[in-house]
Ligand binder design. Structure first.
Ligand code: CA
Length: 379
């Protein structure tokens, strides 16, 4: 089997109801889907988390010429070759995100070639069902009363759908953040897990003040409190608060996560499979986290293809410490508006009663709807 063609599809779709996190309002959803064709009539699909036009350029100009004519089966060898090709200029960021998309597509191809799901080729499954948490509860109005009303209804919707955990956004200023998180805790009651995410919207002083004030609200984790470069800031906050500290969606490869772990900076690592270096690198980071006794909670924010990749990884993430009451990783289930996230899949990955099932078909275990791909493709 040889690779014959690689296409990077840039997707864009407007949304009716914009929402905000600490950095920006979101009024359209974008995606980068990579398609790897072979002479065996088998196609592999991948998802890249990052600026799609930039990822497409790196994939098509820098990586694709190295892969055409090669066998997709030599996973680690191809990963090292692509990483080394841009090593001098791209040890993190866009170069690694583009590599991630291709790595996921190559895993999909290998699974289809061997007739096995990716998680079986990666040594699993350790688990075939994963409890999901709803990612949502973004700011939807600058009017606090209106925003709280909308988010109360949204949180109640997640409860009604069977979710037992959910995540909201902070980083809008101390008063706003405390009012929102207090309101949400009252809405969902004491038995549902609540996580908060600042998207690195706090400096150290703000993060410490917010963490101290949130401690009585039983917060499951405080995600991206400070800038991703500020590893010392992470470590200091972790030492100062009882709330577990999470982060990692803006970090890349074993090298970044090695530094984070050596610094004791996080309780929970959150690499994005479609950004940190693909499934190959995500598994290596997971093993590194395990050796440090640190939890791994994959960040998920992409198309259904990225969601499928995350499910394959979740099936093989090592249990931090096996026991009757062992902690199990959760699926981040993006519940914000997205016109093509699940529409891209012939069979969407659904959460029922708060639980998602790992796809069992060959490769990523999904089929892509080409009509939906074409509808939103802009390149
Ligand atoms: Ca996040």
């Amino acid at each position: 089997m040889k690779i014959t063609a690689i296409r990077a599809h840039v997707l864009e779709a407007p949304i009716d109801q914009p929402f905000a996190f600490s950095q920006a309002w979101v009024d359209k959803r974008v995606g980068l889907v990579v398609e790897v064709e072979t002479d065996a009539g088998v196609t592999g699909w991948g998802d890249g988390y990052g600026p799609p036009w930039a990822l497409a350029a790196v994939i098509e100009r820098s990586y694709a010429p190295r892969l055409i004519g090669r066998s997709p089966l030599a996973g680690d060898a191809l990963w090292e070759e692509l990483y080394n090709a841009l090593r001098d200029h791209g040890q993190r960021g866009i170069a690694i995100q583009a590599l991630s998309a291709l790595d996921i597509a190559l895993w999909d191809l290998r699974g289809k070639h061997f007739g096995a799901p990716v998680h079986a080729l990666m040594g699993g499954p350790i688990r075939s069902e994963v409890r999901a948490y709803a990612t949502g509860l973004y700011r939807r109005s600058d009017d606090r009363t209106k925003n709280h009303k909308l988010l109360t209804a949204e949180a109640e919707g997640y409860l009604a759908a069977g979710f037992t955990a959910m995540k909201t956004k902070v980083g809008f200023g101390y008063d706003d953040d405390i009012a929102l998180v207090t309101m949400l805790r009252e809405t969902i009651g004491p038995d549902v897990a609540l996580f908060v995410d600042a998207n690195h919207g706090c400096d150290r002083v703000q993060a410490h003040r917010l963490a101290r004030a949130m401690e009585p609200l039983d917060i499951g984790w405080f995600e991206e409190p400070v800038a991703p470069e500020d590893i010392v800031g992470y470590a200091e906050l972790r030492a100062a608060t009882t709330i577990p500290i999470a982060g990692g969606e803006c970090s890349f490869t074993r090298h970044d996560f090695h530094r984070i772990l050596e610094a004791g900076a996080m309780d929970i690592l959150q690499p994005d499979t479609a950004s940190c270096g693909g499934l190959t690198e995500a598994k290596r980071i997971a093993d590194l986290a395990w050796t440090h006794g640190v939890r791994y909670q994959p960040h998920v924010w992409g198309t259904g293809i990225g969601l499928a990749a995350a499910m394959q990884l979740l099936a093989v993430l090592p249990t931090t410490t096996p026991a009757f009451g062992a902690h199990q990783p959760l699926l981040e289930y993006d519940s914000t508006p997205h016109p093509f996230r699940q529409d891209l899949l012939v069979e969407p990955i659904v959460v029922a009663d708060g639980v998602a099932t790992v796809p069992q078909g060959p490769g990523l275990g999904i089929e892509v709807r080409r009509d939906v791909l074409e509808r939103w493709r802009v390149n």
